[in-house]
Design a protein around this ligand. Structure first.
Ligand SMILES: Nc1ncnc2c1ncn2[C@@H]1O[C@H](COP(=O)(O)OP(=O)(O)OP(=O)(O)O)[C@@H](O)[C@H]1O
Ligand SMILES: [Mg+2]
Length: 281
């Protein structure tokens, strides 16, 4: 659904986005994970036709982005980083207006219902809270039932229960066959939602794989155990795959002398710092 080959782009004379290559098949949730300023929004703006003047090949839904094509906007839904809504119109009027811009649209009320805004549908957006605006902006991207969605930080600024609602809708959209490209700097969201994740740092794509593969291929799980020796608690950390040959651990197990034992798996954040030397947040 999305093909990006040798993408390069710069806002100034200084090169920024460079050598970005990836393909997103239909029905996948693909994530850009990276710290603030990495270039996630910039790449999304290129893929949605907002920034032109890039080098390389970009194809979205079979449409070559270097050729201007109105059909692209019927095919894609975009939830921008910052809500863009008409404050003087109600939530419902906003959705009706945006739906009227497309050839094809879906029923508005079920969309409002899905994000818990049906009872606020007739309130002016100026009276909405930040989280309500985020949710309205999100369903605005769905009014024309697009097959490809670009979601820029879809859960940012939402409380945990609304973030949960949003993540469930994203998973439901995937189950309905939509292709989704989202950006995040939240490793939990990336791990839970994304089939594959691209690490983005300083405009470059540093790694690309499933969250599971990124974690197992670059990080070792560890086991930490403690026991009492000569009246003092001692704590040992060992690699999970070395526990079978850890004579002390085996002896403590046999003698039933372990005080505590914990395993810990690396997180996507650990792998991100390991590969890029940078922190996500
Ligand atoms: N219109 C612009 N003109 C010049 N520079 C820009 C413009 N928009 C963004 N930049 C710069 O490009 C870099 C990447 O910005 P971008 O918005 O793509 O980052 P991001 O990864 O989405 O970050 P965040 O997580 O904070 O949203 C930043 O250094 C930013 O200052
Ligand atoms: Mg951004």
């Amino acid at each position: 659904m999305i093909h990006v080959q040798d993408l390069q782009f710069s806002y100034t004379s200084h090169p920024f986005i460079a050598d970005i290559n990836f393909t997103v098949p239909a029905g996948e949730i693909f994530g850009f994970l990276g710290p603030s300023g990495a270039g996630k929004t910039t790449i999304q703006k290129i893929l949605t036709g907002l920034l032109t003047g890039f080098k390389g090949n970009v194809e979205v839904g079979g449409i070559d982005l270097r050729k201007s094509n109105r059909d692209l906007y019927e095919r894609i839904g975009v939830d921008f980083e910052f809500p863009s809504l008409y404050e003087k119109l109600t939530g419902k009027e906003n959705l009706k207006f945006f739906a009227s811009l497309y050839k094809h649209h879906v029923a508005i009320d079920p969309l409002l219902e899905s994000v818990g805004l049906i009872n606020d549908a007739d309130k002016k957006v100026s009276a909405y809270s930040k989280g309500m605006k985020s949710r309205l902006d999100f369903i605005k991207a769905l009014v024309h039932d697009p097959d490809i969605l670009f979601l820029d930080e879809p859960t940012s600024g939402l409380d945990p229960s609304n973030a949960r609602v949003m993540k469930n809708i994203i998973l439901q959209l995937k189950a309905n066959g939509k292709t989704i490209l989202l950006t995040t700097h939240n490793m939990y969201d990336a791990t839970e939602l994304c089939d594959r994740v691209a690490f983005i740092v300083d405009g470059k794509l540093v790694a690309l794989d499933t969250p599971h593969n990124l974690i197992i291929s670059h990080g070792a799980s560890t086991v930490r155990y403690s026991y009492i020796s000569e009246g003092e608690e001692k704590t040992i950390t060992t690699a999970l795959d070395k526990t079978g040959t850890d004579a002390l651990l085996l002896q403590l197990v046999k003698e039933n002398r372990l005080s505590t034992i914990h395993s810990s798996e690396p997180t996507l954040n650990d792998i991100f710092s390991f590969l890029t030397g940078r922190e996500l947040q």
